[in-house]
Design a binder for this molecule. Structure first.
Ligand code: BES
Ligand code: ZN
Ligand code: ZN
Length: 471
């Protein structure tokens, strides 16, 4: 999208206005029709179109409200045949990044498989931002950042929305390779053979039931700096989760194509790092498999040996995410030895039951990291909620015949016991786990956002890395 900065003289050109409760009623609009309530909108017809978007009370403005309000504008204009949006930033300059992100994210829709003449006739192709010329320099920085983060979010969504017949583990690894080539990252891919040779018993077991063989993907972004800290990001990428032999019910099983969103987020974050050129070394790790039921599938009762020699008693093949993550976390712990590692996974239905679709479950015992993730979460729109793990849960995962079993003894606290399971493979490394099962995709469109993958985690982790690791 073309983004232009225009000097404040052009204020009369604006076709979007953000309106607070306090500035209502607006001349010519009854307060019943439009009160400025956050994320409501009112379109004023006339010789010059004007979209009023509510942002709620002036006392509670937030970046996230502006991001969504901008998304509403981005989705409204193309529907009435207009491809250009003009917004005055007057008084709202500090929200520029959020506004630009909202426009770019709002403008994306998954249309790869819709025949050409049935696709949207119009999409936004121009964004004009009005602000006084002396502010332009600093605003340009915010715009640049927003473009990188929104592009990375949409890149994650674009891969995430691909169907499971196309986006297999092998295809995901090809996409990673292409990304690496384009952005100047290092890329290493383990095929099934290489996984066998090096003992990635978790990824292999989960993937063995599928004709689409598993992969393990590693991407490296190297900051050109001697004392840069190292971050490892690990993402679950089950390209389709049938549950395996412990098969899932048919209802809504199609949504399990999104069980790869942790891995897709890793790809987006790697793209963002490469483009922001941050002074942090980042290693992205993506264990990827298809969890199928068949004659070659792993089974309840199997005992697996992970990359570091620990063992897992499988009691439910649908708790597969934690098994592939065990291999990847152990590899990160021993080979990367990062200053911090963070994993993202659509790990448990229990997390969705606990937190709903707005916040991801955050499991982390480093108070400073928790606080930074909370703050950055509110600002980026990728919100988190701190959840407990530890002894009371790991107690329930003990096995009498292996290091651990893959499901807990009781039904309750499933998101917490899953996180505690992962902790067996993290050692002393500073680590955070994000259960993104509720936030990674939506099935009903919102005023500011299309259905499908949300790209959750891309903005959160990128902004977190900078806030937490750069001193
Ligand atoms: N991918 C699912 C978790 C999931 C379910 C994410 C629904 C989003 C929506 C995961 O692999 C899984 O099936 N987990 C099981 C674990 C259980 C067997 C302990 C679950 O949550 O039911
Ligand atoms: Zn599963
Ligand atoms: Zn899964």
């Amino acid at each position: 999208m073309k983004i232009n900065l225009i000097d404040a003289d052009g204020s009369s050109l604006a076709n979007v206005r953000f309106i607070t409760n306090e500035s209502c009623p607006i001349a010519g609009i009854s307060s019943a029709a439009f009160s400025g309530e956050a994320l409501t909108s009112f379109f004023v017809h006339g010789d010059k179109p004007l979209l009023c978007v509510g942002i709620g009370s002036a006392n509670t403005l937030s970046h996230n409200t502006f991001r969504k309000a901008a998304g509403i504008a981005a989705r409204h204009f193309p529907q009435i045949g207009l491809e250009s949006v003009t917004i005055s930033l007057e008084g709202y300059g500090e929200y520029t990044q959020a506004i630009v992100e909202g426009i770019l994210i709002g403008n994306y829709k998954f249309e790869d498989f819709i025949v050409k003449d049935k696709r949207r006739k119009h999409t936004l192709n121009e964004l004009n931002l009005i602000a006084p010329a002396p502010h332009h320099k600093i605003l340009k920085k915010a715009i640049h950042r927003a473009e990188i983060l929104a592009d990375a979010t949409n890149f994650t969504r674009a891969i995430g929305n691909l169907p499971p017949n196309i986006l297999t583990p092998e295809e995901l690894s090809e996409r990673a390779r292409q990304l690496a080539k384009k952005e100047g990252l290092k890329c290493k891919i383990w095929t099934e053979k290489a996984l066998e040779k090096e003992g990635f018993g978790g990824i292999l077991a989960v993937g063995q039931g599928s004709a689409n063989a598993p992969r393990f993907i590693r991407l490296d972004y190297n900051a050109d700096s001697d004392n840069a800290p190292t971050l490892a990001i690990i993402g679950k990428a089950i390209t389709f989760d049938t549950g395996g032999i412990s098969i899932k019910p048919a209802d809504r099983m199609d949504e399990m194509k999104f069980d790869k969103m942790g891995g897709c987020a890793v790809l987006g974050i790697m793209q963002a790092f490469a483009r922001l050129k941050l002074k942090i070394n980042v290693v992205g790790l993506i264990p990827s498999a298809e969890n199928m039921a068949g004659s070659r599938s792993y089974r309840p009762g199997d005992i697996l040996t992970t990359w570091d020699g620990q063992t897992i008693e499988v009691l439910n093949t649908d708790a597969e995410g934690r098994i592939i993550l065990a291999d990847a976390l152990a590899y990160a712990r021993d080979i990367i030895k990062p200053d911090f590692m963070i994993d993202m996974a659509t790990l448990t239905g229990a997390c969705v039951v606990a937190l709903g679709a707005e916040r991801a479950g955050l499991f982390c015992e480093n108070t400073q990291a928790v606080n930074t993730l909370k703050t950055v979460g509110e600002k980026s729109g990728d919100r988190v909620w701190h959840m407990p793990m530890g002894e009371e849960f790991s107690e329930l995962m003990k096995s009498s015949i292996a290091t651990v079993k893959n499901i807990s003894a009781g039904r309750y606290g499933g998101a917490c016991s899953a996180a505690s399971f992962l902790a067996n493979w993290t050692g002393d490394v500073n680590w955070a786990h994000l259960d993104i099962a509720g936030t990674a995709w939506i099935t009903e469109k919102k005023p500011h956002l299309e259905v499908g993958a949300t790209g959750y985690g891309v903005r959160l982790v990128t902004e977190f890395a900078e806030a937490f690791l750069i001193k």
